[in-house]
Design a protein around this ligand. Structure first.
Ligand code: HBZ
Length: 837
């Protein structure tokens, strides 16, 4: 690209594709509808209008996007490359309008065209290209990178079907295919001209060339073509527009042709289908992993596409491969892209003839690895069998990396065979496999956990041996969330109230929220704060009514737990509390109970039987409690279906209480906990993940903590934990468990919840029984606190005021300085002039 391509082509000054006056925007909307979508105004659907508006906004990003891309490619500029198998960006339109500063103008333009912006925004299908926290973190990071004007590309997979849509049928989760591309995706631009080819399968052949150089050739069984699709990621009120580049797999035409020439047309079509299957669907597992071949193919496919893309652009800019790591800082979002380490080695050594040692230095200097979980069942391993079949050359390279690594270990710890076995990238049990977290650690110069406790535990447990070897590689970078989407866009009432009092710098300097602290003592401000919360609760109540038919009391305490459904997150501990309150009410119908509305949302992995049963438990308890006239509107239990970014946005602003009740040591960080506290909810939580840091920041008096700490749980475990003991000692726990066993919530069916009850009574691996009493007492404190409205609101304000450090801008600054060594690069837009064009 040349410099002049930053400048839009010569048209009029107030062009229909760039102008931002109301008449121009209206004309652009009509224009895009007619000329891009081919729809006359009277024959257009709401979705057509949404698409036309999206194109209108995309047009207004284009000059900044091209200028950013052009500048970021310059050899002197270091770029962040985020490799993530998952992204959950949420709907783009509202966010892009906000970041461009066009929200109000477009709202008015749309209204003058007889349309309603909110209605058009609701047409957008969000890209559900992730499971949960990890994918959403990638999206928050992309927002912060652009806002901080840091050159970045996010690489990932363009899944044709994202995370399934969830419906609740007779109380059970049903999974529906997510056809997010069905009505068109106006935000992406296909770049077939940038396609790359990815090899799979086959075998390798070693030889020595004429200069005596050892060479390995990989003769693949199959080749697939990767087509990139680019989505602009604009920063907030800056010119930087970064790129999210997602790859789609297709069959290479040459392959089709060769088969076609042999007359096997149907064979060619089959091959095409096989190739395209590669990026068909996202694996809907959030934690446990199984060795599925297609998943390894997906991982390798996008990583190879990304690295080939980088090498190509680097060389095209005159860059030298020895300087690859000076141009690109590549972050591995968990181990899903860790195959990038042998892939970069292969590209450098085999394809570009870089000597091994130099290639290894470049590779280590290039990569950094973020770990997101310690759960043993979630740590990725790939069997040598599978790797050998699919990526024979990579297996050889991994073995060579391991050989050299273990040799270093041996020199450092002579005569310590045990150490070598512990550190080996290859596990022997239960089958020979590559430990991807080890591979990622060896191939990276920096390794981080995502909250202080998690980073400590990472160093002490999963990666202990590596920490002992290289303590200097390890660091903690606590997660954060973007205040643009999670406050400004999703909680406009609160954002406006805050801005009226302290100005709007908090949007990019979240620490400025501190200025709200003194206002917590101001009764007038507290009243305004309360009205905002009530309005948000009213809005959520309306959605609850529309989606579930349940009428909730907006004066009640909104007690909210939204996140993936998992035993370690302990939604069923929350349910045990609900059942206990219900039992108390049944025992004493005139009990003076603080009214609560319990709100749950979240998806369960389709194969995770126990998690699906927890959903059924929540809906079953709701069915009984919600229609018990003796309860009235003192207790309601709601399960909101299809939790995703879109449906999450109205939830956080309406919460009074945030449930963050994972077993200590299990939740790496959590990010929902940050969204709630930022929006003024108080937290009830264990000392786990980022809860610990949130509690320190907001003040322990403004945070309800309960439960055993990590060390206390390991002590319990080593003493021979007996969950039944807690039942025997707590009549209320006993009664709650009995309600479940008796079939009371299952129309007399004693079998339905038996697996849950059995698990709790027999092993209780997540210590619900041990934490029950402490949780119950803590909930009692919550209720008492809620009765005093003035102090509750005061605490709510202080939560928001003190959450400044949990902006993803802060996380990204830490990565930029401590891991990536990258700087901001402001983007200059040449002023448009007729003569230049
Ligand atoms: O990553 C989550 C952690 O559980 C959470 O504590 C943390 O806040 C968040 C961001 O750091 N982990 C995930 O969301 N993990 C996945 O979504 C996942 C997806 C595919 C897998 C394994 C895990 O194969």
């Amino acid at each position: 690209m040349t410099a002049s391509s930053q400048i839009p082509p010569a048209i009029q000054i107030e062009d229909d594709r760039t102008g931002v006056t109301i008449p121009t925007l209206r004309r652009a909307l009509a224009d895009n509808l007619y000329y891009v979508l081919g729809k006359p105004p009277d024959g257009a659907t709401l979705n057509d209008y949404y698409l036309a508006l999206a194109y209108t906004v995309r047009d207004r990003l284009m000059q900044r996007w091209m200028a950013s891309t052009h500048t970021h490619r310059l050899p002197t500029i270091k770029q962040v490359i985020y490799l993530s198998a998952e992204y959950l960006p949420g709907p783009h339109l509202g966010n892009n309008l906000m970041n461009l500063g066009l929200y109000e103008t477009v709202q008015q333009a749309v209204a003058e065209s007889g349309l309603d912006l909110a209605t058009l925004l609701a047409c957008e299908e969000e890209p559900g290209l992730g499971n949960g926290g990890l994918g959403r973190l990638a999206a928050c990071f992309m927002d912060s990178l652009a806002t901080l004007e840091i050159p970045a590309i996010g690489y990932g997979i363009r899944y044709e079907f994202g995370i399934f849509d969830q419906e609740i049928r007779e109380g059970w989760q049903a999974e529906i295919t997510d056809k997010w591309l069905q009505s068109g995706n106006p935000w992406e631009i296909a770049r077939p001209e940038d396609a790359v080819f990815v090899k799979l399968g086959g075998h390798t052949e070693a030889s020595t060339d004429e200069t005596g150089c050892y060479q390995v050739r990989w003769i693949p069984h199959q080749t697939v073509k990767g087509i990139p699709y680019d989505t602009p990621i604009p920063g907030y009120r800056v010119n930087t527009v970064n790129t999210l580049r997602l790859w789609k797999a297709e069959a290479p035409e040459s392959f089709d042709l060769s088969v076609f020439n042999h007359g096997d047309y149907y064979g060619a079509v089959d091959q095409k289908v096989i190739s395209e299957n590669l990026t068909k669907v996202l694996y809907p597992n959030d934690e446990p992993i199984q060795g599925k071949q297609l998943r390894l193919k997906q991982q390798y496919f996008f990583v190879s596409c990304a690295l080939q893309d980088l090498i190509r652009t680097h060389l095209a800019q005159g860059g030298r491969l020895e300087r690859f790591h000076e141009k690109f800082a590549v972050q591995l979002n968990d181990t899903h892209p860790a195959i990038a380490i042998p892939e970069l080695m292969r590209l450098l050594v085999d394809d570009h003839h870089v000597p091994w040692d130099l290639a290894w230095t470049i590779t280590q200097q290039t990569f950094a690895y973020t770990n997101h979980t310690l759960l043993p069942e979630a740590l990725e391993v790939w069997s040598l069998d599978l790797l050998g079949q699919l990526l024979p050359r990579h297996l050889e390279i991994i073995m060579e990396i391991n050989r050299r690594f273990l040799e270093d270990v041996r020199l450092k710890f002579p005569d310590n065979g045990e150490k070598m076995g512990q550190l080996s990238l290859i596990a022997d049990q239960p089958f020979r496999s590559v430990r991807m977290a080890y591979l990622a650690s060896v191939g990276s110069h920096a390794i981080n956990g995502v909250a202080a406790l998690h980073s400590q535990l990472l160093q002490k447990t999963v990666l202990r041996g590596f920490y002992d070897l290289w303590p200097e590689k390890f660091l903690n970078i606590t997660n954060g969330v973007t205040p643009r989407r999670w406050m400004l866009l999703s909680n406009p009432r609160l954002a406006q109230l805050i801005t009226r009092r302290i100005g709007d710098r908090w949007i990019i300097h979240l620490q400025d929220l501190r200025d709200l602290e003194p206002l917590a003592e101001d009764p007038e401000f507290r009243a305004a704060w309360r009205s905002v919360k009530q309005a948000n609760k009213q809005a959520l109540a309306q959605r609850i009514l529309e989606r579930t038919g349940i009428q909730v009391n907006v004066e009640s305490l909104f007690d909210v737990q939204v996140k993936r459904i998992h035993e370690y997150k302990r939604q069923h501990l929350n349910v045990l509390h609900i059942i206990t309150l219900y039992n108390r009410l049944k025992q004493n119908p005139s009990l003076d109970l603080v009214p609560r509305t319990f709100i749950f949302a979240g998806k369960a992995a389709p194969g995770y039987v126990q998690a699906k049963l927890i959903i059924r438990l929540i809906t079953a308890v709701g069915e009984v409690i919600n229609r018990d006239p003796a309860v009235g509107d003192r207790l309601k239990v709601v399960f909101l279906p299809d939790y995703n970014v879109t449906n999450g946005q109205p939830i956080y602003p309406a919460a009074d209480l945030s449930e963050q009740i994972s077993t200590a040591g299990k939740e790496a960080s959590g990010t929902g906990n940050m969204k709630f506290a930022l929006n003024g909810a108080l937290t009830i939580g264990t000392l786990d993940g980022a809860n610990i840091e949130i509690r320190e920041a907001v003040g322990s008096e403004n945070f309800f903590h309960f439960g055993h700490k990590v060390e206390e749980l390991s002590q319990l475990r080593s003493q021979g934990y007996d969950p039944r003991r807690y039942c025997d000692h707590s009549p209320e726990l006993n009664r709650a468990i009995h309600r479940l066993e008796s079939g009371f919530f299952a129309q007399g069916n004693r079998d339905l919840f038996r697996p849950l009850v059995q698990s709790l009574l027999n092993d209780d691996p997540y210590f619900l029984m041990a934490d029950y009493l402490s949780y119950l007492n803590c909930q009692e404190q919550v209720s008492q606190a809620f009765l005093n409205e003035a102090t509750w609101i005061r605490r709510s304000i202080l939560n928001t005021a003190r959450m400044g450090e949990f902006s993803s801008d802060r996380s990204i600054r830490e990565y930029a300085h401590q891991v990536w060594q990258v700087q901001s690069v402001p983007i200059n837009l040449q002023p448009y002039s007729q003569s230049e064009a």
